[in-house]
Design a protein around this ligand. Structure first.
Ligand code: NAD
Length: 501
């Protein structure tokens, strides 16, 4: 049996747990079948994977009330106890890493070579925030002549977490681990297209000792279950990862209840290659940052800006590598690119092949859907593009790269900034002063110089412009999930103005 066949057999065995009962919601420590069912299907061949419980407004009401009821005890639990529970969750994720990775591959189409690490990164997120839990409430002492001023932080309350379908397991841990470490309770609404591993994660957490009601899970559609979560008065904040226009809708929906929001949205991130760079490493990184994870990645380097003097040679080497990318079944360890998430997204990505030609660009590699079954596309390279074309402005969210030449540093910066988004940027140069100048002027929340995106959990993650607001990572996560309190204690002898005396 090939390794793919062995993996498929094991993946199907893991899927059996949902036969008959489906992917259930979890509210206050109880399973719930919601108001009906929807199907989750495999991007590999469109086959049915599992039935999923559909939540609506009434289901969301119950989940929000459960999170509210569980909040005081979780808030008041000692930081050390919370730390232990979060470490237990990390242990359990590691123990189930293969099951999580295999089911994530089947549900999302992401290749195993990346998903096997996603489960472990999820565990790391829990460990990192577990260790910060005991100090989350720490504050400052800011004495004045008359007062001993101290600050402390308290968890904001029950929060809603809404996640997208690309790498859903990792992103869910990234949002939920700091919320729990801060002392918040959670209602999670996963993406309707990839709900399976969110259920595993919630089960793991309760199995590891998380009290009932601290983590509630409601599946359903965005305009229905998602909307109800953002409008619920018991929910104090919404942490959202998804499209920019959905973020805008959530902001409107949350306005009546004055929701605090944290948005991680789309990107059209530039990778800028100057002529003096280490071009071998720049090439590897540029390819990795757009063609890994099927290009369904918010920080993908979907615009490659190349110095004119090296453009032709760099693009020739790039084209050779793109044409050799291995497209295949996500559970095949050799696969580099799997199928896109579903039919609608496949249609969207393929629509850009015509748009590119119509706008005057060249399709150097790929540019066609791959015949079914499954939602595969050819890894694609657009050249002779300019920044005003739709392929340079819009987030395509597939294995599709747009190359644009630039003549000097000033033009590179203008092109980099000439989009609505501002999530990440990658700069390749061996000139330190240039790197300083360029990073100083680029409008992006995150930049890497001579590196692909390497996540370090204490650093701030997030975007500017249409790419989001707020930051994840380190203490920035706690700033979102907690409220600051100031208390001034009088030394006792300052003059108090006497009115009416
Ligand atoms: P999406 O915005 O369509 O959906 C995301 C989630 O929002 C889903 O759970 C969906 O059900 C829910 N939703 C939809 N409408 C809603 C509404 N009116 N109210 C409440 N919830 C609603 O995004 P997607 O297509 O699932 O994900 C892809 C997008 O996510 C891309 O734009 C990508 O760049 C972005 N993303 C950003 C980051 C980041 O960190 N910046 C990370 C990953 C993905």
């Amino acid at each position: 049996m090939s390794e793919l066949e062995q993996n498929l057999t094991r993946a199907r065995a893991y899927l059996k747990q949902f036969d008959g009962k489906g992917v259930l919601n979890r509210i206050g420590g109880q399973d719930s079948a919601g108001i009906g069912w929807f199907d989750t299907t495999s991007p590999v061949d469109g086959a049915h994977l599992a039935q999923v419980a559909r939540g609506d407004r009434s289901e969301m009401d119950r989940a929000a009330e459960a999170a509210k009821a569980a909040f005081p005890a979780w808030r008041d639990m000692g930081g050390k106890e919370r730390k232990q529970i979060l470490h237990n969750i990390a242990d359990a994720i590691e123990a189930q890493a293969e099951e999580i990775a295999f089911l994530e591959c089947l549900d999302t189409g992401q290749a195993l070579r990346f998903m096997s690490k996603a489960a472990l990164r999820g565990a790391e997120n829990f460990r990192y925030f577990a260790d910060l839990a005991p100090s989350a409430r720490d504050g400052q002492s800011l004495p004045s002549p008359t007062l001993m001023n101290v600050t402390t932080r308290v968890p904001i309350g029950p929060v809603g977490v809404i996640t997208p379908w690309n790498t859903p397991f990792m992103l869910s841990t990234w949002k939920i681990a700091p919320a729990l470490a801060a002392g918040c309770t959670v209602v999670h609404k996963p993406a309707e297209l990839s709900p399976i591993t969110a259920r595993l994660l919630c089960e793991i957490a309760e199995g590891a000792g998380l009290p009932p009601g601290v983590w509630n899970l409601v599946n359903g559609y965005g305009e229905d279950a998602g909307r109800a979560l953002t409008e619920h008065p018991a929910i104090k904040a919404i942490a959202f990862v998804g499209e920019s226009r959905t973020g805008s809708m959530i902001m409107k929906q949350g306005a009546d209840t004055l929701k605090r929001v944290h948005f991680e949205l789309g990107g059209k991130n530039p990778c800028i290659v100057f002529a003096d760079a280490d071009l071998d490493r720049a090439l590897d990184a540029a390819i990795f940052m757009i063609y890994s994870l099927n290009g369904e990645r918010c920080t993908s380097s979907s615009r490659l800006l190349v110095a004119a003097e090296i453009h032709d040679e760099f693009v020739a080497r790039l084209a050779g590598r793109v044409a050799s990318l291995k497209v295949g079944h996500p559970l095949d360890p050799a696969t580099e690119i799997g199928p896109l998430i579903g039919e609608e997204h496949h249609g969207k990505v393929c629509s850009y092949f015509d748009i590119a030609i119509k706008d005057g660009a060249n399709i150097k590699v790929g540019g066609r859907p791959i015949d079914g079954p499954g939602f595969y596309v050819e890894p694609t390279l657009f050249t002779q593009a300019s920044n005003d074309m739709r392929i340079a402005q819009e987030e395509i969210f597939g294995p599709v790269l747009t190359v644009i030449p630039f003549k000097d540093e000033a033009e590179a910066i203008t092109l980099a900034n000439g989009v609505a988004y501002g999530l990440a940027a990658y700069i390749w140069t061996n000139d330190l002063s240039r790197a300083l100048r360029v990073t100083n002027q680029i409008e992006a929340g995150m930049m890497w110089v001579n590196s692909e995106n390497v996540r370090h959990l204490p650093t701030p993650f997030g975007g500017v412009k249409a790419s989001g607001m707020g930051r994840d990572g380190g203490d920035w996560s706690f700033e979102f999930y907690m409220e600051q309190k100031h208390i001034g204690f009088a030394f006792g002898d300052h003059k108090i103005p006497r009115l009416g005396a």
